[in-house]
Ligand binder design. Structure first.
Ligand code: OGA
Ligand code: NI
Length: 365
């Protein structure tokens, strides 16, 4: 006699939890599944039909995400033009790319290669790095494995570079030197971007620095391996970044998309460029003058894995209260958000049920 089919919801939940736990305890990530040569993805990765229905080619050209040339930004004329471009992008699509940012292309290429190398280490070398704690260096797949109803096809190496300096010995040797170099070189770019964004709001150049923005630095090296069924799952689900500012280096594979009007626009790989986007806290402190916009990454059945490095810049003073800045509100434009500490905001980010609600909405007045 055939075994009874599982139909009740609680049985399905139980089966799913079993699969999730098994995946988590494998400490091999989705790279482990791809390497095992699977031809169908485990059920826990299958996304709901309302998500799958949106995985269509983008009808937009990609020009909606502007590329801004930072060359000569120290001359007053150039600077005001650049501030205008940055302000426009930050207050509309929430994303832009920058070129002539000062980081040599070899440093970018080496950082991507180093990140690829660490994800491609033998599984038994990587396994001890798989952990849920965020301090130091950690590997993980699906940070919200136990809070979401569908997993995504991506593994991530996290390196916590600041505010507490990392012990370099903790970083795997295959990528240590190159990622430290890349990180050090992104810091002046971050400082410049924060100045330009501050000026774009009519604030002093150093305002965001005074607020400790950008002192906390989390580097996330993402690895999106070959996926046999890219139309059933996603590389990374739609989300906004919780912090202040994200600077992202992507390889030339493509797949990152930003919510735009009623659809999705591709962030086309631009050689030598860095992708910049506004996080929730910057939307909050700017009283929504700058926009933290939903984005996602498609899964792909290309044999070559996609690699990206996202650096999340956040406030160093985790216990300070952040809310709409007084300078940016008025009787006609009252604060739209409650004040919140960075620590509490992040706590909610990591513990909230994955739903369609944007996290900023929980703090809306
Ligand atoms: C992120 C993110 C995009 C990418 O890490 O928050 O949106 O291209 N990454 O990996
Ligand atoms: Ni993101």
């Amino acid at each position: 006699m055939a075994p009874p089919t599982v139909t009740s919801d609680s049985n399905q939940t139980y089966e799913r939890m079993k699969e999730v736990k098994q995946f988590d305890e494998s400490k091999a990530g989705v790279k482990g599944l791809a390497d095992a040569g699977i031809t169908t993805i485990p059920a826990m990765f299958v996304n709901p039909p309302e998500v799958l229905a949106t995985l269509k080619p983008s009808p937009f050209t990609g020009a909606e995400i502007p590329t801004i040339d930072l060359a000569g930004v120290d001359s007053p004329d150039r600077r005001s033009a650049v501030v205008k471009q940055v302000k426009r992008a930050a207050s509309t699509v929430g994303f832009f790319q920058v070129i002539n940012h000062g980081i040599p292309v070899e440093v970018l290429d080496r950082a991507i290669a180093a990140m690829k190398a660490v994800h491609e280490l033998p599984a038994e070398v990587k396994a001890p790095l798989f952990k849920r704690e965020m301090e130091g260096v950690s590997l993980r797949s699906n940070m919200d494995l136990y809070h979401s109803n569908a997993a995504y096809w991506r593994d991530t190496l996290l390196i916590q570079f600041g505010p507490v300096p990392i012990n370099p010995e903790e970083i795997p040797e295959v990528c240590r030197e190159r990622l430290i170099d890349y990180n050090e070189r992104t810091l002046p770019v971050k400082d410049l971007l924060l100045e330009l964004l501050s000026e774009g709001l009519g604030l002093s150049r150093g305002k965001f620095k005074e607020l400790t923005f950008g002192e906390a630095v989390t580097l996330s090296g993402h690895y999106y391996p070959y996926c046999p069924q890219p139309d059933l799952t996603i590389g990374f689900r739609s989300h906004t970044d919780p912090g202040i500012l994200t600077v992202l280096l992507q390889d030339n594979m493509g797949g990152l998309q930003v919510k735009y009007k009623e659809g999705w626009v591709d962030v086309k790989p631009v050689r030598e460029a860095l992708v910049v986007n506004i996080g929730d806290l910057l939307q909050i402190i700017s009283n929504e003058k700058y926009k933290s916009v939903d984005h996602r990454v498609l899964a792909s059945n290309c044999r070559e894995a996609r690699v990206s490095i996202a650096t999340f810049f956040n406030p160093g003073a985790a216990e300070n209260m952040y809310g709409p800045l007084e300078e940016l509100t008025s009787a006609g434009d009252p604060p739209r958000y409650r004040r919140v500490t960075y620590k509490d905001y992040m706590h909610k980010f990591f513990n909230k049920q994955v739903d369609n609600k944007s996290q900023t909405d929980y703090f809306r007045i």
